[in-house]
Design a protein around this ligand. Structure first.
Ligand code: NAP
Ligand code: ZN
Length: 337
């Protein structure tokens, strides 16, 4: 990645302009920058990633009612949708056929594609702007805009509460948020990690147990016991090993998005009426609900704040599962270049 200059549109009456203070680094940014999802959503270059955006409102359009200059505001993975389709009507804008992602989506205002948060400022329709509870540290709250909602939504949909045994596979950006949120919902949380050095952190973050997934004996102890497993792994892995840990009627939801297909053994599902599903980020209404939940429970991400000059290095560390547990770019570093 290298520095470039982009333009932002002039504000329409419903737009809010935000000076970006922090932007989290999601593994989806890395998949996109490297065009790893070329079969599903090919990358258009130049690409400006970043969909965990937190900043301050610097300008508002004439019809904006919810935000004023000076407000702290945030933007996640979505910046537009048609507001009329069945999905939008249910608050599930992420499935709108005319939905627009924060980056690498057609930009109806300026042509080309949308540019994300690794930038000084952004202009967004106020309906896609979110509020960060004032008690949360802004650098640590930025990752809630993707890692937070992407884990909160499936946990809620699965009815995770006290008394449920929940597994979280992969302790990275999404995974560590999944642990904190499942713990706050009262579940018994088990982390599955390939990194033995993350064990103590996992317990500190809210896990009740940690399993090093390369250890077959440790895995076998949990066979047939989980109500729900959230799989956040970004690369190829053996999903059957986790399906076999589900209890009868248990469910595994994939949020991790490895580019290659995962091989599913039919018997891992059949034996126990188990199910396998996926989950995509979350709609705007639920994203605000998640932010408010995090405000009430004082939940943020564990972040390593970096200057933009370290972004390439951060990507290398992300690939080695070395992030603890989310990089957040201090965007002042971009302005100071
Ligand atoms: P991340 O911070 O890099 O975390 C991924 C974790 O997966 C790693 O920390 C590692 O945890 C584990 N892992 C990595 N490679 C592995 C391998 N080869 N085998 C087993 N485990 C491995 O990434 P992230 O930002 O959390 O994103 C995770 C995935 O979710 C990405 O594919 C991303 O694109 C996707 N995503 C999906 C959505 C959605 O809407 N569904 C939204 C955002 C992101 P351990 O060290 O603990 O093993
Ligand atoms: Zn993301």
């Amino acid at each position: 990645m290298a520095r470039t200059t982009i333009s932002r549109r002039d504000l329409t009456e419903h737009d809010v302009q935000i000076d970006i203070i922090f932007c989290g680094i999601c593994h989806s940014d890395l998949h996109t920058v490297r065009n790893e999802w070329k079969e599903f959503m090919p990358t258009v270059y130049p690409c400006v990633p970043g969909h965990e955006i937190a900043g301050r409102v610097t300008k508002v359009g004439s019809a904006v009612t919810q935000y004023k200059v000076g407000d702290i505001a945030a933007v996640g993975c979505l910046v537009d949708s048609d507001h009329t389709c069945e999905h939008c009507r249910e608050g599930l804008e992420q499935f709108c056929p005319n939905g627009i992602y924060t980056y690498n989506s057609p930009d109806k205002h300026q042509g080309g594609v949308t540019f994300g948060g690794y930038s000084e400022s952004i202009v967004v329709d106020e309906r896609f702007v979110l509020r960060v509870p004032s008690n949360l540290d802004l650098a640590a709250a930025a990752p809630l805009l993707c890692a937070g909602i992407t884990t909160y939504s499936p946990l809620r949909r699965a009815g995770v509460t006290k008394g449920k045994k929940v597994g979280v596979v992969g302790l990275g950006g999404l995974g560590h948020m999944g642990v904190k949120l499942a713990d706050a919902l009262g579940a018994h949380v088990v982390v599955f990690s390939t990194s033995p050095d993350k064990k103590e952190d996992a317990l500190r973050l809210g896990a009740d147990e940690v399993v090093i997934s390369r250890n077959a004996d440790e895995m076998a102890k949990h066979a047939g016991s989980f109500d729900f497993i959230l799989d956040t792994v970004s690369a190829q892995h053996d999903i059957n090993a986790y399906l076999n840990l589900l209890a009868r009627d248990g469910k595994l939801t994939l949020v991790g998005a490895p580019p290659e297909p995962l091989g599913v053994a039919a018997f891992a599902l059949i034996m126990g009426n188990r199910s396998l599903s996926g989950s995509s980020i979350g709609g705007i209404r639920e994203t605000q609900e998640m932010l408010d939940f995090c405000g009430e429970h004082n939940i943020t991400s564990d972040v390593e704040v970096i200057p933009i000059q370290k972004v390439n290095e951060a990507y290398e560390r992300l690939l080695k599962s070395e992030v603890k547990y989310r990089f957040t770019i201090d965007m002042a570093s971009l302005k100071s270049e």
